[in-house]
Design a protein around this ligand. Sequence first.
Ligand code: LMR
Length: 348
Amino acid sequence: MGKKWRAWTILLFVGLGLVGWAASRQLGREPLVYDDEQKGLEKQIIIYFSHVVAENTPKGLAAQKFAELVEQKTNGRVKVEVFPNGSLYSDGEELDALLRGDVQMIAPSFSKVTELVPEWQVLDLPFLFRDEDDVRRVFTGKVGAELLRMLEAKGMKGLAFWSNGFKQMMSTTRPLIAPDDFRGLRFRIMPSEVIEKQFRLLGGEPIAVSFDRVYQELEQHKFDGQENTISNIYSKGFYKFQPYITISNHGYLGYAVMMNQSFWDHLPKDIQQKITEAMAEATQWNLQESKAQNERELNELRQREDVHLYELSEREKWEWERKFAPLYEEFAKRFGARLLEEIRESEK
Ligand code: LMR
């Protein structure tokens, strides 16, 4: 080996040694622990995350999980403050609050996005998804990406789709089995044209009520029925007023987890990266937890003598589907059939 090569080799080994020494010092170190005083508040990024459901629900728990992951991954540089139960904004207010930048993050149900992005009505169509696998295939594919782009055009950075599983029907006075059972009853709905028409097709009277008022209005007998997921029915105790629950799995209740676009755009790239990683983990966790929690709480409800559960047969579901067919025709007429076709294609 010539002199020149020897010198290069020595230099290389010295360099590698130095890198190894620095890495071992870093690994051996305790993670940096910050508290607000140490860090200097001006360096900390605070994200207000507002939502309307209870803390012990798939959304409430995933929001908490996300906050923990972000704090860990950014070593305390970013702090996500979660406000559950509509304690900051009700569901009718949270989209505007996000757009104004009064909060940085929300996770409204799809129905509540439809006022701003009407194409999202497609997700409210009853029996659009057969099961969670259909949902996953649609949201991880081309359609999911397209739906998120629609949010971006309105100033909202879509980060993920979270799940709360499938909606069930419930009523105060009688089981809801055949389409005719809905006739003449008043139903609490989320603000959504498709859901409104769904109940009109069944002969019911839909009334839009924001989630934080449902319990109170139930006490005041302002409506006779509603649709929701088991975890919402259970965590808010709706079954105490409306004990007839039909397991119909007719509609899907998912959430668009999003940030104010301009807030997102101004975050440093490395922080965006950490938030994206934390969101991917929290989303995986939410998908599993939402399934497990809805199953667990359905079993709890099964044990109760004051709750009357009825599972819709395939034949009965088919009767409902026939009733709902005009909703699909209307959607296609208004927005074109493409989105629907793409969803059907991804579900294959
Ligand atoms: C509802 O209004 O019933 C739901 O959208 C509440 C929620 O966020 O799960």
